[in-house]
Design a protein around this ligand. Structure first.
Ligand SMILES: [Zn+2]
Length: 281
């Protein structure tokens, strides 16, 4: 959906408000290469920066996107790259894609901060499960081999993801994208070196289980994310989500926590840098 002039104006004003506090935020999951955002990428980045977003990760979702996201990193070094095949696109790939992924990981070791977006989605049609599983197993093995963290997509698949992480003794950690769930579910991933990706879900009052978990776990478990252009925040349903909205996710998180916004912002930046192994910037 293209943005109307009005939306742009409102977003800019909101972004300026949200960014006036001067916090440095990291959007660890933004599909900046997808057409909904790509059409006004420069504007979205400008608004995101006004909102305090200083860096983001673009997780590619399919093989045909890999070269493009690598180019985006060339264009803007604070747009980090994850390469992988998302389970929604698994059925369009064969295992040959993993051979290509291996080559790109060797050739772009510094640009690529993670293997992702990968995972398992058991809400999809059952005939996709085989290829989903094969691609997940192979991509996880590649991440292990290249010592890269992973960005994990999950839907009705947390136990299976955990089982495979354990089976492969995967010790590189990563981000459990779009975390929702109980404290116990969260800790199972945290114990394996994962951070929980906290996004627009916590802006919905009805997400009480997730909000409760976010309130209780230590601050070093979390990273922020928008998943733009998907997952609009409460009050923005039906609109294209943008990385500037990260400031609102951050405010929602601050409302759930006892620590000061300064402490929260600093810790989340640290968590993002640590899990993606970036030199502190
Ligand atoms: Zn995603």
């Amino acid at each position: 959906m293209p943005l109307t002039d009005n939306t742009v104006l409102n977003d800019t004003a909101a972004a300026q408000n949200a960014g006036s506090s001067g916090f440095k935020l990291f959007d660890t999951h933004c599909h900046f290469d997808l057409p909904e955002l790509a059409i006004q990428q420069a504007l979205h980045w400008q608004q995101a920066q006004l909102a305090g977003v200083a860096a983001l990760v673009i997780p590619a979702v399919q093989q045909s996107a890999w070269q493009n996201v690598l180019q985006l990193h060339q264009q803007q070094p604070h747009w980090y790259v994850a390469l992988g095949i998302h389970p929604w696109w698994a059925a369009e790939h064969s295992l040959d894609a993993v051979v290509e992924l291996n080559k790109l990981l060797i050739a772009n070791d510094t640009a690529v901060v993670a293997v992702g977006e990968i995972g398992l989605d058991y809400a999809l049609a059952e005939n996709s499960f085989d290829i989903q599983q094969q691609l997940f197993v192979e991509q996880l093995a590649l991440a292990k081999q290249h010592h890269k963290p992973v960005i994990l997509h999950h839907r009705k698949s947390q136990p299976q993801l955990l089982a495979e992480l354990k089976r492969q003794q995967f010790n590189e950690g990563g981000i459990l994208h779009a975390f929702s769930g109980s404290q116990q579910q969260a800790m199972a991933f945290v114990d394996l070196g994962f951070k929980l990706g906290i996004g627009g879900t916590i802006t919905y009052e009805r997400a009480s289980k997730t909000r409760n978990t976010v309130q209780k776990l230590p601050l070093n478990c979390f990273v922020l994310e928008t998943d733009a252009p998907a997952m609009p925040l409460a009050g923005f349903q039906g609109e294209v989500n943008t990385p500037a909205q990260l400031a609102r996710v951050f405010s929602a998180l601050c409302q759930l926590r006892k620590e000061s916004p300064e402490v929260i912002a600093q810790q989340l930046w640290q968590n993002s840098s640590n899990v993606l192994r970036l030199r502190s910037s």
